[in-house]
Write a protein that binds this ligand. Structure first.
Ligand code: SF4
Ligand code: SF4
Length: 376
């Protein structure tokens, strides 16, 4: 595959970008779990480098002034931060919609009450499985499932809306029908059935996690039937593995168009995996105003708009639907972040990428490499 990376070309004639819709605050990379598909980078940031409470609050002020509407508090596990409630309250006070993305394993009834009092509106709880052994296999954390159920109960009791994030691998997909029932039992209004996206730790473990095309076809039917049966009762979002798609997803609504990600130490990224693209330079909120980073930061300009796109994408009817797909995936699979996303069927690499996924699913590798701070 192409091993010569090319740098994105900023469109100098492009108008000033619209304000971002959403800000993801990765408050910390600390987490008691060690998930095989964690979306955090391979080089995790240590707690000593995390932004202070005052710095996060200043960032939230800047985000609200910039026009951001939603803030997602994530990690690592965001509940390890002692100032989480203070940050939620601050976000709410400046008019931001607040969402917590959590494993749930550290949630207590008191914490749920404090979060509700702080103004938290919504929580997404990650479920690697609904079977205890299956959950432990993915997270290397025993007893997690019961804690997740308890977290859902505690959050629901104080009126915080819940989404169940069911992360799908070939280890748990047989239990998909029961996952819909669990979502209803825990009082979720929405379930996100999300196949693992293969970046970072997920990419390292792809051969041990990816389902086969036959399993995907079965999942598609299962989701379709559940959508019909649960219409009006449970919203079902569904994300398939890109490798079996005909066209790529619109990655976060397009690079530098809708979304900002801030790492624990304050680096501002166009997407959570952007640090996998080695030639990009990322600004930090402690050194440059957020508005300036969003509008003029080189990492945001690199693949914003269409000037950087390969010719096939520039002349394609779907270019404003998927914005050329995922740059991190293009780098991981084609060796060039400015190449066509190989999950697009118009890419010359599409067939080989699909064949690779099929071969890995058929080989059935079982060894898992767990997320690990010692690689940092
Ligand atoms: S994916 Fe797993 S290891 Fe990574 S932050 Fe979430 S709960 Fe922790
Ligand atoms: S050619 Fe480019 S813009 Fe068109 S569908 Fe494929 S990736 Fe998307």
């Amino acid at each position: 595959m192409n091993a010569v990376p090319s740098v994105g070309v900023a469109d100098q004639t492009a108008p000033r970008p619209e304000p971002p819709l959403a800000l993801l605050c990765e408050l910390t990379h600390r987490c008691p779990l060690r998930c095989a598909y964690c979306s955090n980078p391979l080089e995790l940031e240590r707690s000593a480098n995390e932004l202070s409470t005052a710095q996060w609050k200043d960032l939230l002020d800047q985000a609200a002034r910039l026009g951001v509407l939603q803030v997602h508090f994530s990690g690592g596990e965001p509940t390890v931060r002692k100032d989480l409630c203070a940050l939620v309250a601050h976000a709410a006070s400046v008019g931001l919609y607040t969402n917590l993305i959590t494993s749930g394993v550290l949630m207590t009834p008191q914490m749920a009450q404090d979060l509700a009092a702080a103004g938290l509106e919504h929580a997404q709880i990650g479920f690697p499985d609904i079977d205890e052994d299956g959950s432990t296999l993915i997270t290397a954390f025993k007893g997690g499932l019961e804690r997740k159920y308890a977290a859902a109960e505690a959050l629901r009791a104080v009126g915080i809306a819940i989404t169940m994030n069911a992360v799908i691998t070939r280890h748990n997909l047989d239990r998909l029908p029961q996952m819909f029932a669990v979502a209803q039992q825990i009082g979720a209004r929405r379930i996100e059935v999300a196949n693992v996206q293969y970046y970072g730790w997920g990419l390292k473990n792809r051969a041990s996690l990816i389902p086969s095309p036959e399993q995907l076809a079965w999942m598609n039917d299962c989701v379709e039937q559940a959508r019909e049966r649960l219409k009006g009762l449970l919203t079902i979002d569904y994300v398939i593995p890109d490798y079996y798609a005909k066209r790529p997803k619109s990655c976060l609504g397009g690079w530098g168009r809708r979304f900002l990600n801030v790492t624990p130490s304050g680096k501002v990224l166009p997407c959570h995996a952007a640090e996998t693209i080695p030639h990009l330079q990322f600004d930090t909120v402690t050194e440059r105003p957020l508005k300036d980073i969003w509008e003029h930061g080189t990492a945001f300009q690199a693949y914003r708009g269409e000037a950087w796109m390969p010719k096939t994408c520039r002349s394609c009817d779907f270019k404003e639907a998927d914005w050329g797909g995922c740059r991190c995936q293009a780098l991981a699979l084609a060796g060039d972040a400015a190449a066509m996303d190989p999950t697009c069927e118009q890419s010359p690499l599409h067939q080989s990428v699909r064949a690779l996924a099929e071969a890995e699913a058929a080989a059935g590798q079982t060894q898992i490499i767990y997320r690990d701070f010692s690689q940092s």
